[in-house]
Design a protein around this ligand. Structure first.
Ligand code: ADP
Ligand code: MG
Length: 253
């Protein structure tokens, strides 16, 4: 399989602290790759570098061979590298469907202001977006909550809405930072299935950061392990499970 994303000697310093230290790995087209490591290891910083929410100190990220690090975040998102929005960017006074429709504007020619003020381009886009939103709602089996206000949705549904919003931007790579956080076992397994179907049926490459080891082992094609900003291991779940450095990093933390 070819690499869709190459992380090449990526480094990020915060003052004297090296949060991400000379990390390199490839992400293959269509895989689910998890990044794991103890708290403070640099996982979220790594995701923010890949999505250009942070600038690099050294090294670079290439998407299909083209350098994408240090561009502005919306440019990177338009290219198809999408970090799922945090729950705070879900409009709580809008319904599930409205939130998904709005999210399409990331890829649209019309601005968000155009949407709110009803520009011609926005009106043309709207019918297309509504159709696509309904398709995503069906795909994620969210028909039952499509017209519910986001403010009324429980945690598990909000997380699924986060995925729906990510899909609305037509991603090639979806970056999920702790998608199972705060979920019970059943909710986690539902989310695992949902992410798997996004990968299998829509061909989206998925990168995720997660603490829930059973879920990580179940969902991942490959795993990259980082500790104190450095990559300490990379491999299949079976390889990672039996890796001495990994066991030490977790038992030592
Ligand atoms: P993880 O997601 O693996 O828990 P983070 O990437 O959030 O770790 O953080 C890695 C290290 O970088 C931590 O020591 C954290 O305190 C530090 N850090 C993260 N973001 C910033 C920032 N904006 N300014 C200063 N230090 C930061
Ligand atoms: Mg984090």
């Amino acid at each position: 399989m070819t690499a869709i994303l190459e992380v090449d000697k990526l480094t990020r310093r915060f003052g004297g602290l090296v949060a991400v230290n000379n990390i390199s790995f490839d992400v293959k087209q269509g895989e689910i790759l998890s990044v794991i490591g103890p708290n403070g290891a640099g996982k979220s910083t790594l995701f923010k570098l890949i999505s250009s929410f942070l600038s690099t100190s050294a090294g670079e990220v290439r998407f299909k061979g083209e350098k994408v690090s240090d561009l502005s975040p919306h440019v990177v998102a338009r290219k198809g590298i999408v970090r799922t929005f945090q729950e705070t960017t879900i409009f709580r006074s809008m319904t599930t469907r409205e939130n998904i429709i709005i999210a399409h504007h990331l890829r649209s020619k019309a601005s968000m202001a155009g949407y709110f003020w009803g520009s011609a381009q926005a009106r043309r886009d709207e019918a297309t977006f509504a159709k696509s939103a309904d398709e995503i709602i069906q795909f994620l089996d969210m028909q039952g909550i499509a017209d519910e206000l986001a403010s009324n949705l429980p945690q598990g549904n909000l997380r699924a809405l986060g995925i729906a919003i990510g899909l609305a931007t037509d991603p090639e790579i979806l970056l999920l930072d702790e998608p199972f956080a705060g979920m019970n076992h059943d909710e986690t397994m539902q989310m695992v299935d949902l992410v798997r179907s996004v990968q299998r049926e829509r061909g989206v490459t998925v990168m995720l950061v997660e603490h829930d080891m059973p879920a990580v082992m179940k969902i991942s094609d490959r795993i990259v392990v980082i500790n104190f900003g450095e990559k300490i291991a990379e491999g299949t779940p079976a390889e990672i499970r039996s890796n001495d450095k990994v066991i030490e990093a977790y038992l030592g933390s």
